[in-house]
Design a protein around this ligand. Structure first.
Ligand code: CTP
Ligand code: MG
Length: 234
């Protein structure tokens, strides 16, 4: 199979509350985004990387890793799903409908390369595709709008969806467009795939693969990169 990475990095990071969007904050010598891109650019099985940036971002002002012509830039949209759609539309010109696309949040720089390999191996012959996921450590309550619990979900079956989310280009482009047009909330790629009646497979991934969301997450990401030997101490 042929594998592409699509990195949505066009968000503003409202919850982080920093002066720059969180993907441009630094972890050691490089930006969060540069860490994330390196995982895919240094991976021998990834053919190319589509980077979706905000329309106002000057890419020359970013210290992006050397890519040898394997990095392509696209302008993003208002919602994450719009940014992803722009990336998929771009890819349609250069990739086949059966090629795999791995959509991965720019704000997840701690994805272990081993998880990526395992995902490619486990899903390469899958009819649908799937997502990295982590078993829930908390008990999850299902509640009404007033915060009154209706039920407790069976913890053995509750998973947190991480990224990458890996689907065939043709399928993902089609269902993402249709789910958005139908007004279905597309918070991740899998939700669009599910909306179309398909069932993504979960591949268990590392808990280190956090999405940097709030201020305290940056320190945690630093620790995880250190632990993986991807950041020098001190
Ligand atoms: N993203 C994007 N285009 C958007 C919104 C989000 O490409 N219109 C990207 C973000 O840059 C991020 C990923 O999607 O890498 C996950 O989104 P999230 O963590 O929600 O980031 P933000 O939307 O930037 O943060 P916030 O929701 O706190 O504003
Ligand atoms: Mg957001």
């Amino acid at each position: 199979g042929v594998f592409w990475a699509l990195i949505p990095a066009a968000g503003i990071g409202r919850r982080m509350g920093t002066d720059r969007p969180k993907q441009f904050l630094t972890l050691g010598p490089r930006s969060v985004l540069a860490h994330t891109l390196s995982i895919f650019l240094e991976h021998p099985r990834i053919r190319g990387v589509i980077l979706v940036l905000g329309p106002d971002v000057d890419p020359d002002a970013l210290d992006l890793p050397l890519a040898g012509g394997r990095l392509f830039r696209v302008a993003g949209g208002d919602e994450r799903a719009d940014s992803v759609q722009n990336g998929l539309d771009f890819l349609e010109e250069r990739a086949g409908p059966e090629d795999w696309v791995l959509v991965h949040d720019a704000a997840r720089p701690c994805l272990p390369p081993d998880d990526l390999d395992r995902m490619l191996d486990e899903l390469r012959d899958d009819p649908v595709g799937g997502v990295l996921a982590a078993p829930s450590t908390d008990t999850i309550k299902w509640a009404d709008a007033d915060g009154r619990v209706e039920s407790t979900l069976d913890r053995e079956r509750v998973w947190r969806a991480l990224t990458p989310q890996m689907f065939r280009l043709g399928t993902l482009r089609d269902v993402n467009a249709r789910a958005r047009a139908a007004g279905h909330p597309v918070t991740d790629e899998a939700s669009a795939i599910e909306w179309a009646g398909l069932r993504p497979r979960l591949v268990e991934g590392s808990l280190m693969n956090i999405k940097i969301t709030r201020a305290e997450d940056l320190e945690l990401a630093r620790l995880y990169l250190l632990e993986q030997g991807r950041l020098d101490g001190g």
